[in-house]
Write a protein that binds this ligand. Structure first.
Ligand code: ATP
Ligand code: MG
Length: 233
């Protein structure tokens, strides 16, 4: 079985090396695994997720995601569009096009007619409970509604890996449960690899494995529960 993620000795700094966001990360995630990533604010969780989604380049180390070496590949846009569903911490919706069109954006990399794109976008919107908002602009939505649109957009191309940065951060508990159920259904039903960054321990504990990050290092990787002499959750 292939691994969804293989990371070895990954370093990333910002501001000419003054801010060390990732300090030697080693991490393997199996195909179809559901992993949550926890850790304090500023510990490097989003930086790590950005690396996994090929949105940023490490300073050193190796990173392979869905069989792609992200350091050598020149087709990162295609890779991202086809394999990765990214749910951002800040929703990153495009403001001047409708909710439905936002969801269709990733589909342009596929060979789909505009009719097919529309049908799929409306189905995805229905799944997150927002079918009636299809034709409005994102700035007319609440924060939680925007988050749900961002989730629908991440699922647009049926990705093999979903990377979610605080996907339920701005949602009430009922909507949060619904979104989580949808993500977990994809994980269980379609063997999608699910990697969720969260501050919420109730969400984190739903995963097969909880990975704990502190100061840019992994201090506990779940199964190997005695790293640093510490029993993990
Ligand atoms: N683009 C950037 N330029 C400079 N510093 C950055 C940049 N992005 C992140 N950092 C810094 O890198 C460190 C790790 O940030 P990161 O966003 O990965 O944290 P996080 O664990 O996701 O935190 P939070 O829980 O608050 O979202 C922090 O010190 C942050 O200030
Ligand atoms: Mg973050």
């Amino acid at each position: 079985m292939m691994n969804a993620v293989e990371i070895k000795g990954l370093y990333k700094s910002y501001e000419n090396g003054n801010i060390k966001a990732l300090n030697g990360i080693d991490l393997t995630i199996e195909d179809g695994e559901f992993v949550s990533i926890i850790g304090p604010s500023g510990s490097g969780k989003s930086t790590l997720l950005n690396m996994l989604g090929a949105l940023d380049i490490p300073d050193s180390g190796t990173i392979t995601v869905a069989g792609q070496d992200l350091r050598s590949s020149k087709k990162l846009n295609e890779f991202r569009g086809e394999k990765i569903g990214f749910i951002f911490q800040l929703h990153n919706l495009i403001p001047n096009i409708s909710v439905r069109e936002n969801i269709e954006i990733p589909m342009y990399t596929q060979k789909m007619s505009s009719k097919e794109m529309k049908v799929r976008a409306l189905k995805l919107l229905d799944d997150v409970g927002l079918k009636d908002k299809a034709d409005i602009m994102p700035n007319k939505l609440s924060g939680g509604e925007r988050q749900r649109v961002a989730i629908a957009r991440a699922l647009a191309n049926e990705p093999s890996i979903i990377l979610a940065d605080e996907p339920t951060g701005s949602l009430d508990s009922k909507t949060s449960s619904r979104i989580l159920k949808q993500l977990i259904d994809l994980h269980e039903g379609k063997n999608v690899t699910l990697i969720i960054v969260t501050h919420d321990m109730d969400v984190a504990k739903l995963a097969d494995r909880v990975v704990e990050v502190l100061d840019g290092e992994i201090i506990s990787a779940g199964e190997e529960s005695l790293i640093h002499g510490k029993i993990n959750v």
